[in-house]
Design a protein around this ligand. Structure first.
Ligand code: ARG
Length: 272
């Protein structure tokens, strides 16, 4: 595998909102424009290609959510843990992503049969300490924590997601380089907030407004000191700049209709 940051992306050839499995998709059936989606995705790809090597997986016909490669599985080192989707509509993606990972040279390690797990959508490595943050509730099962703890020697922290709009951890929580954390506190219960505040010092926590959270500002791709996002308010951008980050906005409105944005459209492949 080549050195340096690497991301997996999937062209939006067959992208669309063809069913409703999250609140964002409601009212958006068949409302996406293929040309606009392609333009937005190409701009994201071009922006990210300046920061990281991009690998592509061939899109599957009849799999309109496959561009959201964050849900392919979880990568740690040379291990790929495949997803087991909650909703039948996305299960056809599972063999395609596993086949891709095998060809790419990953060792595939599965969670117990039938355990729902939506990959890097619900499993995020801390960028300051050896720690794996896990979201559960709407999509991934709580048992994933024990399943992954049996595979990896790393601290795991389970966070229950309580707002249906923020149904994957990567929609409301984003660990950043240097141990910073972007998050939307109302998406978590009291225990979750306790687990977060016990581990990330206040000086490193950046709590988002609802407006920024709804614009998917937590769904950021962080490579080094750069952050690529759909949109972030002027005040959030100022806070991030003061923390040493460069914010690059790239509009992804067509993908928001499906409930995803920049980070969901990528899978980090060089995780140690
Ligand atoms: N429509 C997709 C779904 O509901 C969007 C996935 C977004 N991915 C993410 N990692 N948040 O599954």
């Amino acid at each position: 595998m080549p050195p340096g940051p690497r991301l997996l992306m999937c062209p939006p050839t067959h992208f669309g909102v063809e069913y409703v499995i999250n609140p964002w998709m409601e009212g958006n059936l068949a409302s996406t424009d293929a040309a606009t989606a392609a333009t937005q995705w190409n701009a994201l790809h071009a922006g990210l290609a300046r920061l990281a090597g991009i690998e592509l997986i061939q899109p599957g016909d009849g799999l309109p959510d496959m561009p959201f490669t964050a849900n392919a599985g979880l990568v740690i080192g040379d291990v790929f843990v495949p997803s087991c989707f909650r909703h039948a509509q996305r299960r056809g993606e599972e063999p395609l992503f596993t086949e891709w990972a095998t060809h790419y040279g990953f060792t595939v390690r599965k969670l117990p049969d039938g355990m729902h797990f939506e990959g890097a959508g619900d499993a995020l490595l801390d960028r300051g300490s050896p720690r794996l943050w896990l979201g559960h509730g709407p999509r991934s099962d709580p048992g994933v924590e024990a399943g992954l703890a049996a595979l990896f020697d790393i601290e795991t922290v389970a966070l229950r997601l309580v707002d249906p709009r923020f149904y994957h951890l990567d929609t409301c929580f984003c660990p950043l380089a240097g141990g910073w954390l972007l998050y939307y506190p109302p998406a978590f219960d009291t225990d979750g907030i306790g687990a977060i505040t016990a581990r990330v010092p206040e000086s490193r926590r950046i709590a988002l407004s609802e407006q920024d959270a709804l614009a998917f500002a937590c769904n950021a791709v962080n490579v080094g000191r750069s952050l690529v996002v759909n949109q972030a308010s002027a005040s959030l951008q100022a806070t991030l700049r003061a923390a040493g980050f460069e914010v690059i906005e790239t509009p992804l409105g067509e993908f928001l209709k499906a409930g995803g944005s920049a980070k969901c459209l990528t899978l980090r492949l060089d995780e140690s």
